[in-house]
Design a protein around this ligand. Structure first.
Ligand code: AMP
Length: 382
């Protein structure tokens, strides 16, 4: 097979870890070029060439497409209509049509529902009157969500009572909206799934995600669920991959309800924060898997070899600016920093994986160790 030039829209931490995986596949990928607005972005620090430009800049996207043999993305906010134009210049995966559906939460949930995949009840909202009427079906609390460009919970407003309605609508000032029935879940889980250009599908074991302030704090691999729930989650992920077009790794976030039903919350058409544990825990990392999928290689083995907990290193709330990391070394601790110069509150600066390499600790042991080290692995002002 010919060596190919890989283009990635986005050069943050996901682009960085994709670039590192690409560098380990020199027989397939000769070069990586990323499009990112921040000069010296994370991916460029590990050897990617960079076009400095906005993710939605049509000319910059077309320039990247003309230079790359295969194009992918690490963010889902790209302009799918521009990508459709760029498809005449290069191969893009996941497909721009899949991106178009996924990047609008209302279209995404409609697509899943039409394909017989369970999601919570949802409805489009067009005005305050419309909201007043439709919320009666769902009751309180309910979640008003921006349909597009909403990450880390910033696009959600929990409506607790009738008196919140006006404030909720104003919060979104003119954005396209949808309303969701509130799910009283007992756990949030996700499945990393891959589909290659030839239609082969693999899923990683389901993991458990713990959020704080709407941002992923910790991923526990494997999830502490029954065998039935685990196999059901993986079955739903496989079915989702069968109906979505295009190749690549997808992060499929789900709720496990108190009755052990599984509902998909949302799909990310890209490598996913809850898959970072695979760098040390699994036979094939999600980053290598994504590249294998879009190049059309046989997919790697997704087996989880070691129970692992991934913990996000977020910018502390008490300062902003240049930072350093304290020195800390443990045999089973793998710290990955993303090369971001400045800390900001809640900014994802890195993550660490704590790995049960000897098979002696189990998830409970890892959780105890996390409690001992997590505060010591936190950025401090430089
Ligand atoms: P989202 O940005 O839509 O993924 O939502 C961010 C977080 O909000 C999720 O990880 C859940 O913790 C919570 N959430 C989203 N949708 C619902 C829902 N329908 N019911 C309850 N919690 C939700």
């Amino acid at each position: 097979m010919l060596k190919q030039i890989l283009g990635i829209i986005g050069g943050g931490q996901l682009g960085m870890m994709l670039t590192e995986a690409a560098k380990k596949m020199p027989e397939h990928i000769s070069d990586v070029i990323v499009l990112d607005p921040t000069p010296n972005c994370s991916a460029s620090q590990v050897g990617a060439k960079q076009i400095v430009g906005d993710f939605k800049d049509k000319n910059a996207i077309l320039e990247l497409a003309s230079k790359a043999d295969i194009l992918t993305y690490e963010i889902e906010s790209g302009d799918s209509s521009v990508l459709k134009i760029a498809e005449s210049k290069t191969t893009i995966n996941p497909s721009p049509e899949t991106l178009r559906i996924i990047q609008d939460k209302f279209l995404q949930k409609s697509f899943l529902k039409d394909n017989g995949i369970a999601v919570t009840d949802f409805v489009e909202i067009t005005s305050l009157d419309d909201l007043r009427k439709k919320i009666l079906d769902f009751g309180y609390p309910a979640l008003l969500k921006a349909r597009r460009d909403a990450y880390d919970g910033r696009g959600n407003f929990k409506i607790k009572s009738e008196s919140d309605l006006e404030q909720a609508l104003n919060y979104f000032s003119g954005k396209l909206l949808m309303l969701e029935r509130f799910v009283d879940f007992k756990m949030e889980v996700s499945v990393i799934a891959a589909r290659n250009t030839k239609g082969q599908i693999v899923t990683y074991p389901v993991v458990e995600n713990i959020h704080e302030n709407n941002i992923l704090k910790m991923t526990i691999a494997p999830a502490r669920v029954t065998k039935n729930v685990a196999s059901e989650a993986e079955k739903i992920a496989k079915k989702t991959m069968q109906v979505l077009h295009g190749a690549g790794v997808f992060g499929i976030e789900m709720f496990v309800t108190r009755q052990d039903h599984i509902l998909i919350n949302e799909i990310a058409p890209r490598v996913h924060n809850s898959g970072h544990h695979t760098l040390q825990s699994s036979k094939t990392s999600q980053f290598e898997q994504h590249l294998r999928a879009i190049i059309g290689l046989e997919l790697g083995d997704p087996t989880l070899i070691h129970p692992t907990i991934m913990y996000n290193i977020l910018g502390p709330d008490n300062f902003q600016g240049k930072y350093k990391m304290p020195e800390i070394k443990l045999d089973n601790l793998h710290i990955k920093m993303y090369g971001k110069e400045e800390s900001k509150p809640q900014r994802k600066l890195g993550h660490f994986n704590l790995v049960d390499e000897k098979g002696t600790e189990g998830i409970d042991g890892l959780l105890e160790s996390i409690n001992l080290v997590k505060d010591r692995i936190s950025p401090i002002p430089a």
